[in-house]
Design a protein. Structure first.
Lengths: 326, 380
């Protein structure tokens, strides 16, 4: 078991003849993903790494019964490619393309909303269920099959975390990058829900960053619905306000989207937040051992007590030292 | 991308949103000429990309030509939050009977454009939102259908009673929404939208931010970019396809990927250093990008050490290493450079780096600590 992709995944690569599309189609095939078709208008009838290319998505789906697509087309055509995939009956769409205009994505988002389609991205590295399937660009070599689910708004930072987990002997069920843009198809909550329902996932790592309030919303959701242990990481504690930190969505606007608020929201519901990716497997091990020794309900109260006691005391201590200095 | 108030007002005027007459000036005598043309009291307004211009003394009322000249002299060249004022807008000062806030933003939660209107105009809207959110009326617009006139009218009725005013404001809301879509804006804002004693509705301020992802199809807007108003190293970086933000610290950072770049900066801070910049060399591993990145960072006199952290995926460590070696040959850096290359082609990358004998570290934490300690040694 895994989330969103598995052995039943039959993949079409949209933009398969492009530089990135052709390279990654071959990589995914090599990993064992069932890549059944590619689409590039005008290149129908050719092959890329032995994968048949079609002119339209409809033709590709009709011929191969594909159920999943991945998009590597330039930003100007990305929204159109998503519509084409949806209209051809694809139910899981992963959009790797970076730089898709937010206005295009707002329309796409509402178009797919009631069509029972899962869109991941855009501006994401895709996902990998180690040893089962890889749809995207996450290097297979750094992953290891196991029971930790990883969800992230980032790309290479996700690799760093996966690698740290693998090095620590902690394998992964599915690793997913949901994308760094302001308007994305699948958010933390959707993914947390899937991990919670996935029997092969025993613990969850959530990697957030500055901008928006998805991490805060996820924290509230975890408190209500997630029983599996969660460890967090938030990038951008040193990011200045008002500047876009690479990702279109990574911007502190006014007083919203701050890293400190996200860390606080996660801590408040008993989720430890690592300061370094290397610390993540350590915190996860602690969470796992706590879960073994204590029952869920008892565990929750202790964590909350500790968190509640510690911070005000520390803050009070800080205040006194400051006052003394004055 | 941000554009100036005067540029936003040009866009408003072209779309039929009423703005007071005025023009931009870079010299005092031009400002005086504009004030003479207007022949009424004017406002002299600094054109810089920061909020709080008024509080900083960058927006002044001038009763007559003489005082317009004095304010133009004072404001041109003034420093507002680290930015030098190089342009001023000289515009007619209009009589105000009421001030309204009107804005449209991309709302990340609903994934829709949200129109906001409030009678508490003229002041910082974030403050209003934080303290008295009930004073802001909001409407999320289904982007597939677009804004219906009745919706704009209902928004206007939240703030105005007089049908003559409601009609004018409705028209402005409809036009503002069109602008938002047409130019790929992420924010359009009029604060304040004012009414005059003779019941005219006029936008006396204008703010527009553009979604950078939409710029490829917004050539006219892209041409409005004011390179003078941006940090020169940030301009160079953008032209080289790098994502770069200048900060005040002393540890230069070169990283692939935005999230990892932020995490690296955070760790620099965590281990007692201070990041000099945010820099993402992006997904492709063109060695030239690394060279440009090194050049930009070495141009910052505050930098005491540079750390290069690469987690190869699409980015290949050997390409990055080639870039580092050519940067060394061309730029002869005098500050220590510490590297950590892992992932795709890392062995090849390390082999290439042997040529310049750089200190390296195996993990993210280690490279950060090493860079900080080497920066310290340099100072002694």
């Amino acid at each position: 078991m895994a989330i969103f992709i598995d052995k039943k995944t039959k993949l079409v690569v949209q933009g398969i003849t492009g530089r990135d599309g052709s390279f990654h189609a071959a990589q995914m095939k090599k990993y064992g993903t069932n890549v059944v078709a590619g689409v590039t208008p005008g290149k129908g009838g050719t092959k890329v790494s032995g994968i048949p290319v079609f002119n339209t998505m409809q033709a590709a789906v009709d011929k191969t019964k594909a159920n999943t697509s991945i998009i590597y087309v330039p930003p100007a055509f990305a929204a159109d490619s998503i519509y084409e995939a949806v209209d051809a009956g694809i139910k899981t769409i992963i959009c790797i393309t970076e730089g898709v205009p937010a206005n295009d994505m707002m329309k796409v988002y509402h178009y797919i909303k009631h069509r029972n389609v899962r869109l991941i991205g855009p501006n994401c590295p895709g996902l990998i269920s180690p040893e089962l399937s890889k749809v995207g660009i996450i290097p297979g070599k750094i992953c290891k099959k196991g029971n930790v689910g990883v969800v992230s708004r980032s790309g290479t930072l996700t690799y760093e975390v996966i690698f740290a987990l693998t090095q620590a002997g902690m394998g992964q069920s599915t690793c997913i990058g949901i994308g760094g843009d302001q308007v994305i198809g699948t958010n933390f909550i959707d993914t947390l829900e899937a991990f919670e329902n996935d029997r092969s996932t025993k613990g969850i790592v959530m990697i957030g960053e500055i901008g928006g309030s998805d991490e805060e919303d996820a924290a509230a959701y975890i408190k209500k619905k997630v029983t599996k242990p969660v460890v967090g990481f938030i990038a951008g504690r040193t990011a200045p306000p008002g500047k876009r930190m690479g990702h279109a969505g990574a911007i502190i606007s006014g007083s919203s989207g701050l890293a400190a608020d996200k860390v606080a929201a996660l801590n408040k519901v008993g989720i430890p937040v690592a300061t370094s990716p290397l610390e993540i497997p350590v915190l996860m091990t602690e969470k796992f051992s706590k879960k073994k020794t204590t029952k869920t309900t008892a565990k929750k109260t202790t964590t909350r007590k500790v968190a509640g006691k510690k911070s005000p005391k520390k803050a009070a201590a800080k205040r006194t030292t400051k006052a003394k200095k004055k | 991308m941000k554009i100036h108030e005067y540029q936003a007002k040009e866009i408003f005027a072209a779309s039929g949103i009423p703005v007071p007459p005025g023009r931009v000036a870079t010299e005092v005598q031009d400002a005086v000429a504009i004030a003479e043309e207007i022949d009424r009291p004017v406002m002299v307004k600094a054109q810089v990309h920061v909020g709080g211009r008024g509080k900083a003394g960058g927006v002044k009322y001038a009763e007559n030509i003489e005082s317009a000249k004095i304010w133009a002299q004072r404001i041109l060249g003034m420093d507002i939050k680290g930015l030098t004022v190089k342009k001023i807008l000289v515009t007619e000062a209009v009589d105000i009977t009421s001030e309204t806030y009107l804005g449209i933003i991309l709302d990340r939660v609903t994934k829709m454009p949200v129109i906001m209107i409030s009678a508490a105009g003229g002041i910082d809207i974030e403050e209003v939102a934080a303290k008295t959110p009930e004073k802001i009326h909001k409407l999320a617009v289904d982007p597939r259908v677009g804004l219906r006139p009745y919706q704009a009218r209902a928004l206007a009725y939240n703030v105005f009673r007089d049908i003559k005013l409601v009609r004018q404001v409705t028209d402005i809301i409809v036009k503002l929404y069109d602008i938002f879509w047409k130019i790929d804006a992420s924010l359009v804002e009029i604060n304040p939208l004012i009414t005059t004693p003779i019941n005219q509705v006029i936008a006396i301020d204008a703010k527009i931010n553009i979604d950078d992802n939409g710029l490829f199809r917004q050539k006219e807007i892209e041409a409005m970019r004011d390179l003078d108003a941006e940090n020169s190293s940030e301009v160079d970086a953008r032209e080289a396809g790098l994502s770069f933000i200048k900060l005040d610290g002393n540890i230069g950072c070169i990283v692939n990927g935005a999230g990892l770049a932020m995490a690296t900066m955070d760790l620099v801070k965590h281990y007692g250093g201070d990041p000099a910049n945010f820099l993402d060399i992006g997904g492709s591993s063109n060695p030239d990008k690394v060279l440009t990145a090194m050049r930009i960072i070495l141009g910052d006199p505050n930098v005491k050490a540079i750390l290069i952290n690469i987690f190869g995926g699409i980015t290949r460590c050997d390409d990055v290493a080639t870039g580092i070696v050519s940067a060394f040959k061309e730029l002869h850096p005098e500050v220590p450079v510490v590297t950590r290359l892992t992932g795709t082609n890392e062995a090849a990358g390390r082999r290439i780096l042997k040529e310049v004998k750089l200190p390296s570290a195996p993990t993210l934490d280690a490279v950060v600590q090493k860079a900080i300690s080497m920066a310290g040694l340099e100072e002694e």
